[in-house]
Design a protein around this ligand. Sequence first.
Ligand code: NAP
Ligand code: ZN
Ligand code: ZN
Length: 352
Amino acid sequence: MLTVNAFGAPSATEPLVPLTIERRPVGAEDVLIKIAYAGICHSDIHFARGEWGPISYPQVVGHEIVGEVVEAGANVTKFSVGDRVGVGCMVNSCRECANCLAGEEQYCLKGNIQTFGGIDPKDGNVTQGGYSTHVVVDQDFVLNVPESLDYAAVAPLLCAGITTYSPLRHWNAGPGKKVAVVGLGGLGHMAVKLAAAMGAEVTVLSQSLSKQEDGLRLGASHYYATSDPATFENLANEFDLIINTVSASIDINAYLSLLTLDGALVAVGAPAEPLGVQVFTLFGNRRTFAGSSIGGIRETQEMLDFCAEHGIVPETELIGADQINEAWERVLKSDVRYRFVIDTATLTGAGA
Ligand code: NAP
Ligand code: ZN
Ligand code: ZN
């Protein structure tokens, strides 16, 4: 067992506090990673506050992890001590079901093991996430992080990057395709960068025009405020693909009406409340309403390599442990430009 410093939720309602947690011993297939940086995803907040259902506490969240391998188990062949690696939202899966065999472990039919809040099959304990100094992970769920990508900025690719890359690829974003991104936060800004790099014509649909300059700089060709009803009239039947990254419930029918013939609106934002779809909106233009969850391990590596090839990293604000609670409040106010990343060297543990 390794006792490590972390920062986590004591309950659904209290601010996060410094903690120490135990990591399982490094098994034959495991690597011990010294975490350098951990991104803050809106899912951390939904989960820790029990918005998706009750959880056990204390809980350390964080699933955008980059760091260095400091120990490798006897059977580890994929990584060596000193490698720069990443861990995303999953740390294991059954590896036997049809979806796992297809390389889509995120859709494991027995349920993948989440980086935080899952039950670790190796020790039976609740998994604890990346707001900590070290983590022990099976080598099959560890990614190579290309050295050319800025170390302090790269962590959010492990969730925000893959969660937007996967549907953009699946629904063939590319030259000749009009892609709209709803919400310019952590996921949204990655969707804009990635879709633009794939060659699509990108439009941002944000609550206001306050981030218009940023949206265009990130790679969008167009930017509209959804607070203006004219946006929905002017853009009716316009898009081949809409990626909805909004963390709250929105009027989904208004957005579905923006899809062209055979267009698809893909939900990646995860509000707890149901979205009320009118089937008649789907009948028009033979529209599809779909969802997408992160991405498989093979595709996550493909995304990291794509980002290295295109020089893509998230836009980040680096913070210390003492700023994590404030950063969460800023995420909730859509005041994030565009991802907070924790410098884990500032985690001092319980009693600090
Ligand atoms: P974020 O940084 O907070 O971005 C969400 C954006 O949504 C905000 O920046 C804001 O953009 C817009 N927004 C927020 N509240 C809104 C409201 N009431 N009405 C309209 N727009 C609103 O969050 P994130 O980390 O990107 O995560 C986004 C969502 O994706 C979360 O629900 C998260 O849990 C989910 N998620 C899902 C997956 C998956 O596998 N499917 C993976 C990761 C995250 P504007 O200011 O531009 O309007
Ligand atoms: Zn996430
Ligand atoms: Zn499986």
